[in-house]
Design a protein around this ligand. Structure first.
Ligand code: PMP
Ligand code: PLP
Length: 432
């Protein structure tokens, strides 16, 4: 344990743009108005009159036979501006879930210099890109384990940072390799102005996109220890947390965060809907606050209609109902994964190798004797009527050759997966 002097000072982490953000005065009054009693007459907000909107009410049928009803009054709220951090009933439901799943020490630990907070984002991608824009200044050294999600690279690389690749394997980032990289710096320099010690580490801890890798609890604890030593923040991008095939689910970085240095993005994309665009940022309040200021100045808030619909579903289910639904989703993907693994065994055994993913929806396949899959996929695969993502797109330098392909087992039937691998096998044989 580090002594109390480890109280977090977040100001050194913020970019000049993020530090310059100020609350939007109109947003503050809009949020105040929503919390005030009906007797208050507000001429303050610039909200349009929902009586002029063409939508009246909505009923959404849920697969279990229940219905979500947005009556005329609720619908008016659903069609109106709402708080930038999210609607209160969705936030409170989610706060309870986060407490129960992660029990973040920062929630009740004043040593961390701030409480845990949470905000709704339009998918976790919005939370991620805003987090990067809050923390990454041009020239910064940023740590991550590539190959990684191309959406992360798309959000990070234009910020002009120097991405340092931390070696990884099927259990994710390797702490010893991270320690080796960090040994270039003196931890005592971390807080000095102009220091080049990395201030941010990003990782996908479960069912990594594209590798399918999942980090063990021991590795997370070791990486967290290094974060304390070198005083950097950890961005935990965990959209496949709920798609872990093994129980109990692995402890998260958030659950280990005694200092307030973990900012976590969650996503409902893989369990409720990807198109509705609902995600969450959970972390120390000073960091979440900056993300919300950015939301105020950009999208204003995630669709109120979407939030109300999701919130009603979750309140109707309760946490147990939600976790039961998640169990059903996990069982579906487990079957899909197993079908893909047996088709891979059938067709690709001598042509490729792979690790069994413990979470998520991807199989990361290394093709033997193929130096780069880019040409194979972009030129030849369509002729054979099989599509995969060439591994290069997940590299920091996307033009560097990669012998890997990413295969998703989410959408195709086991029969289609089998046929696809048969086609891939003949494609590889022709290329050899
Ligand atoms: N521009 C101007 C001039 C506005 O008045 C507003 C809304 N008050 C906006 C942009 C934002 O509109 P939207 O709700 O479509 O994001
Ligand atoms: N992070 C990772 C690792 C992903 O794989 C994805 C989606 O593919 C996202 C974030 C974005 O998720 P969302 O739909 O919640 O924006």
């Amino acid at each position: 344990m580090l002594p109390d002097k480890a109280v977090m000072n977040y100001s050194r982490f913020f970019t000049a743009v993020s530090a310059a953000r100020k609350p939007s005065p109109i947003r503050i009054i809009t949020e105040l108005q929503q919390r005030s009693p009906p007797s208050v007459i507000s001429l303050a907000g610039g909200a349009p009159n929902p009586d002029t909107f063409p939508f009246h009410s909505a009923t959404v049928k849920v697969k279990n036979g229940a219905s979500i009803v947005l009556d005329e009054t609720t619908m008016k709220r659903a069609l109106q501006y709402s708080a930038s951090s999210g609607i209160p009933e969705l936030l409170s439901w989610m706060k309870t879930l986060q407490r129960n799943l992660h029990n973040p020490p920062t929630a009740s630990n004043s040593v961390a210099g701030g409480q845990m907070d949470i905000c709704v984002t339009t998918g976790s991608q919005e939370g991620l890109s805003k987090t990067f824009e809050m923390l990454v200044t041009p020239g910064d050294n940023v740590l991550l384990d590539a190959p990684t999600y191309s959406g992360t690279l798309a959000a990070l690389q234009p910020l002009g940072c120097n991405i340092i690749n931390v070696p990884s394997d099927q259990f994710g980032m390797i702490p010893g390799a991270l320690r080796e990289i960090l040994s270039r710096w003196d931890p005592a320099d971390a807080k000095k102005p102009g220091s080049t010690v990395p201030r941010v580490l990003y990782t996908i801890p479960n069912g990594g996109n594209p590798t399918g890798a999942s980090m063990t609890a021991e590795r997370k604890a070791d990486v967290y220890q290094l974060a304390r030593e070198y005083d950097f923040l950890i961005i935990e991008d965990d959209p496949y947390y709920f798609l872990q095939f093994q129980k109990p689910w692995a402890p998260t970085f958030l659950s280990m965060d005694v200092d307030g240095r973990v900012i976590r993005t969650d996503s409902f994309s893989k369990i409720l809907s990807s198109g509705l665009r609902i995600g969450f940022v959970t972390g120390p309040k000073p960091l979440v606050d900056r993300v919300v200021l950015h939301i105020q100045a950009s999208t204003m808030h995630t669709s109120t209609f979407t939030q109300l619909m999701v919130s009603q579903l979750l309140h109707g289910w309760g946490q147990e109902g939600f976790l039961n639904h998640v169990d059903g989703v996990v069982e579906f993907y487990r079957k899909q994964r197993d079908a893909m693994l047996s088709s891979a065994d059938r067709w690709l055994k001598d042509l490729a190798d792979w690790h069994t993913p413990a979470a998520g929806m991807f199989l990361w396949i290394r093709l033997k004797g193929v130096a780069d899959t880019q040409r194979l996929i972009s030129e030849k695969a369509l002729e054979k009527e099989v599509l995969l993502i060439p591994g290069g797109v997940f590299n920091i330098d996307s033009s560097a050759p990669s012998p890997f392909v990413r295969a998703a087992f989410s959408l195709s039937t086991p029969e289609q997966i089998d046929e696809a691998f048969k086609r891939l096998a003949s494609l590889i044989k022709e290329a050899l």
